[in-house]
Ligand binder design. Structure first.
Ligand code: 2YW
Ligand code: ZN
Length: 373
């Protein structure tokens, strides 16, 4: 069996749980945040730095690697782990989301999606079989099913048709799955913002008896309350003894609330994406280091952080680098932001272990978002 999930401890007051996810490239303590390495790199970070901040698993993207450098080159390199010098677990997204969010001129049929490359404009096609072939070449430990992440907002009839097709696509992914002993296929539950469609889709996806399940079609512009509502309608139909992965999430509050709703795995581009415009996540909330007020601030980004960035550099120095467009500034903030979210999940696991999650959540969120939010 490629991937096996162990439930270690439940939380009495919420649906949170401690778990262990055993994969061919190592064991992952859950709940977990997965840094996003779309193009076979977590932007500006080396594998050694990722390990130094405690990253246990990273995400890469089928769509992007299919377009560039092409999955055949990665296969010839010996797979993604060798190609990018990362010997821990890798989860690959299937392209289901990226093809809809990045490419132009796309056409969806029962077969799959025809689209034009957002890089070269060349006509391309992705369907369940192609997505599984690419992920087979990449050799990820966890391969996501090829699905349609319905646009938001979308009318009920569209969402119903799309979710039903996603189930038919999942069956084809399962048929096309080759490395069943070294790569796990996770299904993805859709259903838009319609609770009854979410439940119906969850039941159909779980019927295929897979090693893990994701909740898709969220973090697409809906309100956080809507997102939490859809999660709470879905998790009761996902087996407790399998990992639950909320795709594209997220921010500190969404991670904590997601854990309390029973989610085990998360991914988001946020930490490296906001670093690009000089924004750091700190224990006191977001800090835009470019602001003039930090020009002579010789304290660290986050007074409560012990990471390399916060022990060796000051806000004034990082502000200078970002203003001068020096990539080292981007590296320092990315390193800290990733450390911040990975550290948050370490504290969340500790709080579940000590039966203190609600208290920890209130303390952290009040400090991060301020009591008025
Ligand atoms: C500064 O912050 C940012 O730039 C930024 C950008 C995008 C997201 C949203 C990411 N949301 C998201 N990613 C997703 C990936 C998905 N993959 C598949 N296969 N199926 C889905 O149904 C799906 C849904 C998602 N929702 C969040 C933050
Ligand atoms: Zn730090």
């Amino acid at each position: 069996m490629a991937v096996r999930f162990e439930q270690i401890q439940d939380c009495q007051q919420t649906n949170a749980r401690l778990g262990r996810l055993h994969t061919p490239h190592g064991t992952i303590e859950t709940p977990i945040f997965m840094p996003v390495g779309t193009l076979a790199t977590v932007k500006t970070m080396s594998p050694e730095e990722l390990k130094a901040i405690g990253s246990q698993i990273i995400l890469a993207n089928t769509y992007h690697l299919y377009l560039r450098p092409g999955h055949e080159i990665v296969r010839e390199a010996g797979g993604l782990h060798t190609f990018m010098n990362w010997n821990r677990p890798i989860l690959t997204d299937s392209g289901g989301f990226q093809v809809f969010s990045l490419s132009k001129l796309r056409k969806i049929t029962e077969e799959g999606v025809s689209f034009r490359s957002h890089l070269s404009g060349e006509p391309l096609f992705l369907g369940p079989e192609q997505a599984m072939e690419i992920q087979n070449a990449l050799g990820s430990d966890i391969a996501m099913a090829f699905d349609e992440c319905a646009p938001y907002p979308a009318d009920r009839e569209y969402v119903r048709q799309s979710a039903e097709r996603t189930v038919r696509w999942l069956k084809r992914c399962k048929e096309a799955h080759q490395r069943t002993d070294s790569q796990a296929l996770f299904g993805i539950v859709q259903g838009g913002m319609y609770p009854d469609l979410r439940v119906e889709n969850a039941k159909a996806i779980v019927d295929l008896d897979l090693p893990g399940y994701a909740i898709g079609g969220l973090s697409v512009g809906e309100s956080k309350e809507q997102m939490y509502e859809m999660i709470s309608h879905t998790t009761p139909y996902l087996p407790k003894d399998k990992p639950r992965y909320l795709m594209g999430v997220g921010s500190p509050d969404a991670l904590i609330r997601g854990v309390m709703l029973g989610i085990d795995m998360f991914d988001c581009v946020l930490p490296t994406r906001i670093a690009r415009n000089g924004t750091a996540m700190t224990s006191q909330g977001r800090l835009v280091v470019k602001k003039a007020e930090y020009a002579r601030d010789f304290t660290s980004l986050d007074p409560e952080c012990d990471c390399y960035t916060c022990t060796k550099y000051t806000r004034a120095y990082i502000r200078h680098l970002v203003k001068a467009d020096e990539t080292f500034g981007l590296r320092l903030i990315s390193y800290h932001n990733l450390h911040f979210l990975l550290q948050l999940m370490t504290k969340v696991r500790e709080a579940i272990r000590n039966k203190q999650l609600p208290e920890f959540a209130n303390r952290f969120l009040t400090q991060y978002y301020g009591s008025d939010e």
